[in-house]
Design a protein. Structure first.
Length: 256
């Protein structure tokens, strides 16, 4: 009986290790990386110069060389955002690999933190800073605020959310000396952000063909699709555009 139990648990441990290596842990299936896309699959907004993607462990295995080399004259990945952390304890299992390889292939990169409305904002900021080694030519830190199914909706009053956001933003700005970007959709922007945070750049999620209108300021990044495709990634990804020229983009990165 003991021998059979040891065999069972040994087999399960081996399975867990192999699945984690392949990115298939807990039934998450990763396809073989598809490098055949020659351009972004979804129609991209015209009259912009700087385009990018954002990824997480859901993107599974990425061929960064193919991502970097996707360029048919009108389609090119200029930057990539990636999820680094969530809450006070969860680090994206692909982050370290993505963070290193994206820089290795010369892509401008940024790291975002998925905010948990009940975890300590101090602990969340510290965890993010411990998890991300940031260089001066990286994109600014990003605070991602969006629906968190673990938090009761009645708790999410503007006063409650804003106080916690401000704590995270101040700690991260003071430590990195970069003004953090705030990511949200238009509903969250209207409820929590509009008229506040005048110095923080906005990364807005809006999947309409029309450019988003914030009402009080211009957006800096627009996530215009969550069903996109590009070279080197077999799973669907988010597609983004920067509001400005290539020179504006370089200035933005170097702004303290």
């Amino acid at each position: 009986m003991l021998y059979a139990a040891l065999i069972f648990f040994g087999t399960m441990a081996y399975f867990w290790i192999e699945q984690k290596k392949s990115g298939n842990l807990f039934g998450e299936k990763c396809s073989v990386t598809n490098s055949n896309w020659k351009k972004f699959s979804d129609s991209k907004p015209e009259n912009f110069e700087v385009y990018g993607i954002d990824v997480s462990h859901y993107s599974c295995n990425i061929n960064w060389e193919a991502v970097k080399n996707m360029d048919d004259g009108t389609n090119k990945v200029d930057f990539v955002f990636m999820r680094a952390t969530r809450g006070a304890k969860a680090k994206d299992e692909k982050f370290d690999d993505f963070w290193y390889k994206s820089r290795q292939y010369g892509l401008r990169r940024g790291a975002y933190h998925f905010f948990n409305f009940t975890d300590s904002p101090v602990m969340q900021a510290q965890f993010y800073l411990q998890s991300v080694t940031m260089f001066s030519d990286d994109l600014p830190p990003v605070l991602d605020i969006e629906e968190d199914k673990e938090t009761p909706k009645e708790l999410l009053t503007p006063d409650y959310v804003l106080k916690r956001m401000i704590v995270w933003l101040k700690i991260v700005e003071r430590t990195t000396r970069k003004i953090p970007i705030i990511y949200c959709n238009q509903a969250y922007y209207s409820k929590y952000i509009r008229g506040r945070f005048p110095k923080n750049p906005i990364w807005i999620a809006s999947y309409s063909p029309q450019q988003p209108q914030l009402g009080d300021k211009a957006w800096q990044f627009w996530q215009y699709s969550n069903t996109g495709r590009c070279a080197g990634i077999s799973e669907k990804i988010d597609l983004n555009v920067f509001n400005g020229t290539k020179n504006d983009f370089e200035k933005f990165i170097n702004t303290k």
